[in-house]
Write a protein that binds this ligand. Structure first.
Ligand code: FUB
Length: 336
């Protein structure tokens, strides 16, 4: 009887692995690539890339399960590092839902930063935002407060931006509606002052056919201008030849990190997976735009669930001479 149970258990594990196309990987896991999607061994999505002080690029990413049929099954985050966007290391799980006492699922788009020798991850779980701390960029990260940091429900997609004067700002979205910013104290685990709403008319209803702010604000600074890129959905059927519900990346600019931000245009078209989520880094003299698509799921032969099995990509971001952003060419070759 015992033997039958063991055989049954083994068979179940093997079946799950084949169905989910999981591979046995031991971490840290290193590979080289010059083609998108960057990560081909798991579905890594919502890539939030940052360049830390020693010049290493770290990407903090959500993780779609191999068998995902919705966004609720996202249960951990991986960290990835590279110096040149060619040789990559996946450091494995940096933070799991098991380490968050106040959440059970929905580990959505994270971000992170480096401050005073420590590393801070800002994470939305069950639509609440918490802060997690580690001595190493790859983690493991521990809950700094034991409760959410942001006192707003339905808050998702946190992003931390540290300005040249060292003031830190936390941006986030309230699902599908509004964008907010609040200063963070030097300790990075307390908000400092009033939470400001940034969703003015300009980014709520744009001149490109009613693309409205949805989520995922990400701020970078270029020549003293603050650029906020953000996923926005088309609400008006057929405007500019796009389909209702398409999510693209728009951008708005400001001369202050506290806004107001003024809508400027679309920087990336939809990527075929219902959501798109972006981040921007500067590497040497070039800027790069991270996002996700469904290319890996397509290659793996999945079908209607590809939009829940996303894979991270990167291509160049060009600032035009007049300060506008060129539409990102979403292509397989990372470098031209
Ligand atoms: O990955 C789950 C959610 O989908 C993220 O929080 C959003 O930005 C979108 O990518």
């Amino acid at each position: 009887m015992k033997q039958t149970k063991i055989i049954f258990l083994l068979f179940t594990i093997i079946a799950v692995k084949i169905q989910g196309q999981e591979k046995e990987i031991s971490y840290p896991y290193t590979w080289t690539t010059e083609t998108n999607p960057i990560v081909k061994h798991i579905y890594a999505c919502d890539p939030s890339a940052k360049v830390f002080k020693d010049g290493t690029i770290w990407v903090f990413a959500s993780h779609d399960a191999d068998t995902a049929t919705g966004y609720w099954s996202m249960k951990d985050y991986h960290t990835f590092s590279t110096k040149d966007l060619k040789t990559w290391t996946d450091h494995g799980v940096a933070l799991s839902v098991d380490d968050i006492s106040w959440a059970t699922s929905h580990l959505w788009a994270p971000d992170a930063c480096e401050r005073n020798g420590k590393y801070y991850m800002y994470v939305p779980a069950n639509h609440k935002i918490g802060v997690f701390v580690s001595d190493k960029p790859e983690g493991p990260y521990k809950d700094a407060l034991g409760k959410p940091l942001v006192p707003i429900d339905n808050a998702i997609d946190p992003m931390v931006f540290i300005d040249d004067d060292n003031q830190a700002y936390l941006y986030f979205s309230r699902k599908g509606e509004d964008c907010f910013v609040v200063k963070l104290k030097e300790n990075m685990t307390e908000i400092d002052g009033v939470i400001h709403e940034l969703t003015n008319w300009s980014i709520r209803s744009t001149i490109d056919g009613d693309y409205n702010f949805v989520e995922g604000p990400f701020v970078h600074k270029y020549k003293n201008t603050y650029y906020m890129t953000y996923p926005a959905k088309l609400y008006k059927q057929g405007a500019k030849g796009n389909k209702e519900g398409d999510e693209v990346i728009c951008y708005a600019t400001s001369n202050s990190p506290m806004g107001p931000f003024e809508y400027k245009g679309i920087v990336a078209n939809e990527s075929g997976v219902h959501t798109i989520h972006q981040s921007v880094i500067k590497l040497k003299n070039d800027y790069y735009f991270f996002y996700h698509n469904g290319a890996l799921a397509e290659k793996n032969g999945h079908s209607e669930y590809n939009k829940f099995r996303r894979s991270m990509c990167v291509n160049k971001l060009i600032h035009n001479k007049d300060g506008s952003l060129k539409l990102v060419e979403q292509k397989e070759a990372i470098f031209d």
